[in-house]
Design a binder for this molecule. Sequence first.
Ligand code: SF4
Ligand code: FES
Length: 389
Amino acid sequence: MSESTVKETKTGEFVAEVDTSCARAPVGLLAELTHRCPLQCPYCSNPVDLERANTELSTEDWKRVMREAGQLGILQIHLSGGEPTARRDLEDIVEEAARSGLYTNLITAGVLLKRERLEKLRDLGLDHVQLSIQDVDPENADRIAAYKGGMDKKNDVARWVKELDMPLTINAPLHRQNIDNLPAIIDYSVKVGAGRLEVAHIQYYAWALKNRAALMPTREAFMKTAEIVNEAKERLKGILVIDFVVPDYYAKYPKPCMGGWGRGIINVTPSGKVLPCHAAESLPGLEFDNVRDRALADIWLNGQAFEKYRGTDWMKEPCRSCPRKEIDFGGCRCQAFALTGDAANTDPACSLSPLHEEWAAKATEESHTTDIPEFIYRRMGAAATAATE
Ligand code: SF4
Ligand code: FES
């Protein structure tokens, strides 16, 4: 338990008195404002059981979350979804976030945005736009998102962001069905004036796990992307920063998922559940507090779900005695559970996991299949229907 306390003010707000010397304030908060989204990407990081609109937090709830985040010492707020611009009160939330001293990043597919709205958001304090693209080939992009005409709209948004003098990041999830276009994706990012490009190989949980065989690139194709990115990083120094997220399945050691459980990131779902990671609801035995009835700081510092896999005490072998345990924190708990049935097991992405070989062989086999399955698109109820079929 931490030494910090949480007090209720005269106006009924919860204020955390955080002992900053304990260096445990999170860096970022991912605010999933809604799970509504006009796109249906088959690798969406939202849970397979999407939250319905009628369960979403109110404007006042989200504004309180922003204030509590500022008081807790959080630096960045990532306004995400679903599609965050589907919330009509996004302006109110952005304004409150900026007023609370948070750096505000809008993570958007862009297709619902209008220039006037973007300008208003900027004027209210929006600091940064992260625009996701499915591909640069418009037809393929439409197919992947199950949405027609998305690319034209994204081109408009990218242009407006630059006209409004805001920083722009392009986020390009990469998989076997768009991987050949990586050079064009890099060119596109330069052309639209992005300062940063995230080339993010898909991470296989939630929807992506259901679509793994349709998305998994071969090891050879992955290696090629690493070469392309390295070359582009050199060539575009001072023009474009490229972040490269490698697919777990081809790594020797896993990534420190979420930067380590309960170490730097908080996720708040549309209905107000506070999670240590966006996929945490897939794990059994966790109790998720809600911002409607417990202060954000208290949840972060003392919540059962945050404490469960925080630090290294929960680890089993081989992680427990591994010199990398404070580097990658045993990888991803959600992936460990999905693939081994125990979230405290070593993530099979790690070459030291006893299950690694078997698991990597499965990925390799899927990546070479010529009989590529149809996408299971991200829709309310789609995963259950597919499972029945
Ligand atoms: Fe990381 Fe555990 Fe693998 Fe060591 S054994 S590298 S701590 S996942
Ligand atoms: Fe949950 Fe990695 S996705 S810990």
